[in-house]
Design a protein around this ligand. Sequence first.
Ligand code: C2E
Ligand code: CA
Ligand code: CA
Length: 589
Amino acid sequence: MGKSTLEKFKPAILIVDDVSANRFALRQLLKSIDADLIEASSGEEALVKAIELDNLALILLDVQMPIMDGYETAELLREEEQTLHIPIIFVTAVHRDEQHILKGYFSGAIDYITKPIQPEILAAKISLFMELWRLRFGLEREIFNRNKLEDKNKFLADHDMLTSLPNRRSLFLEIERAAARSDRDNHEFALLFIDLDGFKSVNDTLGHKVGDAVLIQIANRFSGLVRKTDTVARFGGDEFVILLTDISNSQFLISRITEVLEIARKPIFIKNEEISLSVSVGVCIYPDQIDDVDKLVDYADIAMYKSKELGKNTFSFFSNDMDQAAHRRLTVEKQLRHARKKNEFSIHYQPVVNCNTGKPVGVEALLRWKNSELGSVPPDYFIPIAESSGLIHELGAWVFEQSIETITEINKRMQSLPITLKVAVNASTLQFKNSLWFKTLQKAIKTEKISPENIEIEITEGLLLEDSSEINNQLSKIRALGISLSVDDFGTGYSALSYLKRCPINTVKIDRSFVKGIPEDREDMVLIHAIIAMAHGLGLVVIAEGIETQEQWDFLKSENCDFAQGYFFSKPLPSQELETWLDKQFSGK
Ligand code: C2E
Ligand code: CA
Ligand code: CA
């Protein structure tokens, strides 16, 4: 609170006397006191003014007044909530005896002062009251502020700051309450786990502010949709949970879930941007599907993943086989932790060929995992698990070091080859947020095992879209080592082309989903044409992935694509087989 508010709350003293000369005399005596001096010429006027003034610290009340005397006035002041606590000093010339003093106290007076008034006594008493008033006012204000802060803190502890919805903490409390009610009344309730589809792209391309605005709008829509007895909570990020309490009939439940999907699909307008989103919903019913309150959210979350797998914008009910999928994931994570020590990882190398000569120029290193229990686990499956469990950092560093070593060896052994093989290594976005990655790259360059121009790091569009100074800094540092950077799976994300100019990128890799469309899909072919033209315009090199047929190969050559990769040339190979393959390519057999 600023000084001005304090000044506004300068205390006021109400001087009540029917004789104006007495009022004037009191005013003179109080001149030196820092307070507003207000006068009233009767008890009635005093009552009105006392209620009006919100800074009234003291009333100097003449006892002897016509119509309503001082005692009566005091009694009435005590009856009003607003004036109940305002101290009164009776000013009297006559009633000095004990009884009258007592009467004064009954009517609520605080003190007496007798006429003729002795200025020092009056000043001393009044400044004491002023001091009290200031203390009390200050205290009240502090309590008020503290309560406000406490309310705010309490609200923040239970609510999500951005959307003002109940947060994860209060959601769990609410689930417990709902379960208790459900046990008691013998009815079911549904928990909807909701994840926004494509929210990350919104955040990445339009910025966090727009992302936040989207979350707020979605939160408001959900809140508007449910009944009073239901709960909408923000679980975190772009995840929401809705508790639906009244689900007596399954058709009705499905219609309510459908409403959630529909309302999320309605376009969102923010700053001239029209944003279309959808949601993936997982549903779990208590106690029908699971009677363990602690697992309810997890199970609905698992069901939500099913909706994602089904292509998003849909809902799925939890089922027991999903639980098995979740268990499998946990098993995989557990096995993954020991895979390095058990030597279960290997790296395969897929050749990359020059479009002009058709000859190999390099390889892409692709991680393989063969586990004793699980068999061969595809990287698309275990890489995300390695990411979420934090194992990716060491694993990524291992892949890099291993690949450099292997390719260096091959280059040494095959010195008769007319080329020096380059190697491209995939890196997950997370690796750029951990210092190990840069250190690993730096070490390899320092030890001069391989010349940096023969190394390429493949990153995803998502990394560039993050547009954080931390990541841009990392990328520049890697470029400064002489290592090239390529954008993998180009065209599958939001493909904001502006970042290609902004970031220190050398190469784009056209995603194989575009190549797949050749020669039937005109649109894919137009896109490939445009990507190559645009990349070349920016001085970038283009690699096409996933070439499987002669037609695709011919088309890419005719489009002036620089390099190509795919089963048409070779599958990813273990290093030994790669050597044989390379030999064959250059021996012209
Ligand atoms: P990616 O980086 O897009 O790798 C290319 C994938 O396409 C590889 O799948 C490769 O085997 C496959 N491929 C190559 N040519 C063809 C073709 O002509 N037709 C078809 N249908 N597929 C082809 P893979 O080895 O299963 O790897 C899948 C993904 O796993 C990779 O996609 C990459 O994102 C990730 N990955 C693999 N190794 C690593 C790694 O060491 N680190 C990280 N962070 N990710 C990795
Ligand atoms: Ca790749
Ligand atoms: Ca790729």
